[in-house]
Design a protein. Structure first.
Length: 276
């Protein structure tokens, strides 16, 4: 049994585009005919709180592709966190707490942000592309959705829990690891640097990424420092929240630590699907 293969007859082929390394290379390989059949479109779900470099890269990428890129959103993750709400409200429309898994002295919070701000908006756009109205049941329509998971992240592969979506993993089919993607990109686009796709304040950032942001993107780092201070007392039962696993204010953290000390990391970027 193959780990991944094209669907025999989908109604639409969609790239789930995070604008990071893997999904960028996957889209460009499709544009050059190295991955087939040609997708009908790509969908980028915007949390509205990524570094400026990600949006600049996305603008560039759109010009390289022969198919459209649709930008959708589940809301502004920064504002929602600061207001203590999620895109999905409870049945009685009362406030729900932020779905981002910040750190506390009691451990890490529950993560729902991937679903709320990435998966769900793309699912809604998929339904639209399939011609389905809100709440309308599928009549066997199905999309083939390309997910940018590489060979070295094989454990992240999952079938879609939505019956209208068939997940395909083209980089797995090519046995391409992340470094292979970087090599491919450097050959075809020499001198251009790929963006790291992740929310500015993502608690899954490792110290290497925080250090890189502090040095090379001080505007985003200062934004993250400000955000970190503002969420301190936004947790349930007045539990103090932090974006860094040390449970220290971000501007007080020593980023000379490394992943061999047990830090959580998803290669420093979510690439559209976060840790999934």
């Amino acid at each position: 049994m193959k780990l991944s293969e094209p669907h025999s007859n989908p109604d639409v082929r969609i790239i789930s585009l995070g604008a990071g390394v893997q999904s960028t290379v996957m889209a460009l390989m499709a544009a050059k005919g190295e991955l087939t059949p040609m997708p009908d479109c790509a969908v980028f779900s915007d949390t509205m709180y990524e570094p400026e470099g990600v949006y600049e890269h996305l603008d560039w990428l759109e010009k390289q592709l022969p198919f459209p890129v649709y930008r959708v959103t589940g809301g502004n993750i920064k504002e929602d966190c600061l207001n203590g709400v999620t895109p999905r409200m409870s049945e009685n429309n009362s406030k729900m707490y932020s779905s981002v898994p910040f750190f506390t002295d009691k451990g890490m919070g529950r993560r729902q942000c991937t679903y709320d701000y990435k998966i769900l908006p793309i699912h809604r756009k998929t339904r639209e592309l399939l011609g389905l109205k809100p709440r309308e049941k599928s009549k066997d329509q199905i999309s083939e959705t390309w997910i940018g998971i590489s060979w070295d992240e094989m454990q992240r592969m999952k079938e879609s829990r939505e019956r209208i979506t068939y997940n395909r993993f083209p980089l797995i089919e090519k046995q391409m690891r992340r470094h292979n993607c970087l090599e491919w990109f450097s050959v075809h686009y020499p001198g251009r640097v790929l963006a790291k796709s992740a929310c500015i304040m993502c608690p899954f950032h490792n110290d290497e990424l925080w250090r890189d942001m502090k040095i090379n993107d001080p505007k985003s780092f200062e934004d993250a420092v400000s955000f970190d201070k503002k969420i301190r007392n936004k947790g349930r039962n007045d539990v103090k929240q932090y974006v860094h696993r040390s449970c220290l204010p971000l501007d007080e953290v020593n980023f000379n630590n490394s992943e061999d000390k047990g830090q959580l990391s998803f290669l420093g970027e979510c690439d559209g699907m976060c840790g999934i």
